[in-house]
Write a protein that binds this ligand. Sequence first.
Ligand SMILES: NC(=O)c1ccc[n+]([C@@H]2O[C@H](COP(=O)([O-])OP(=O)(O)OC[C@H]3O[C@@H](n4cnc5c(N)ncnc54)[C@H](OP(=O)(O)O)[C@@H]3O)[C@@H](O)[C@H]2O)c1
Length: 228
Amino acid sequence: MANVYIAGCSRGIGLELVRRHAERGDTVFAMNRNIGTQDALAALADAHDNVSLHELDAGDLDRIDGAVAATGDGSVDLLYIVAGVTGPLNAELATPIDWDGWDSAIDIMVKGPLAIFKAFLPRMHEGTKVVPFSSQLAASTWPMGGMYAYVACKSALNGVMRGVAKDVKDKGIIIALLHPGWVQTDMGGEQAEITVEESASGIVALADGLSMEDSGEFFKWNGEKHAW
Ligand SMILES: NC(=O)c1ccc[n+]([C@@H]2O[C@H](COP(=O)([O-])OP(=O)(O)OC[C@H]3O[C@@H](n4cnc5c(N)ncnc54)[C@H](OP(=O)(O)O)[C@@H]3O)[C@@H](O)[C@H]2O)c1
């Protein structure tokens, strides 16, 4: 059974990934900011001995090394970097630009994933799989108005993690950028195209099948390649 680390899993797709990996017997390290005792993640941990909860704020860059160290020294077989926020909206440029909101979004979705990856790197091995959560909005094929910060962050994440994938190729570490689908979560909204269950089941199957030749590529939740 694999050691699976999930950064950003109190709700939405990350929470469903915790559930699925727990149910198949993996050892799941569930990491989120503001770990609670009464929420759905806490209930999952109560119900499964193989799920442990760990405090990690993807945007608190100075504390990421310590938060990762607090998960122990186990090897990393699979790391999902899920944490994401919509960031400030600026539809039709009608409101002032919220630069603090931009900075926070960049910390959580660009710098944080790089810092999380780097902190776990010494515990990775040949065949470790890393799945940073991007978005179709990062692709040149999906122009989208209004969500400038989000688009900037996910585009930057793709560029950064593609570069990291090249740099760790000789260690046999596989990095696959992911568009999880337009998913019915707090972020995706009720009108989104697919359920959390459809997204997460596709993502787990994708992760299972990843090989070295997939590293540095951009995938959809259903296993298809995504255009850059
Ligand atoms: N849903 C979609 O349609 C869609 C489409 C494309 C890409 N994505 C991407 O997929 C990922 C998951 O999306 P989702 O729809 O599941 O979102 P969601 O339901 O809004 O959940 C976001 C998760 O990220 C966590 N998070 C946010 N900021 C964090 C931080 N600083 N540190 C640690 N955890 C943090 C949240 O925890 P809290 O409860 O503490 O806020 C929550 O568990 C995101 O990266 C998103 O950008 C989603």
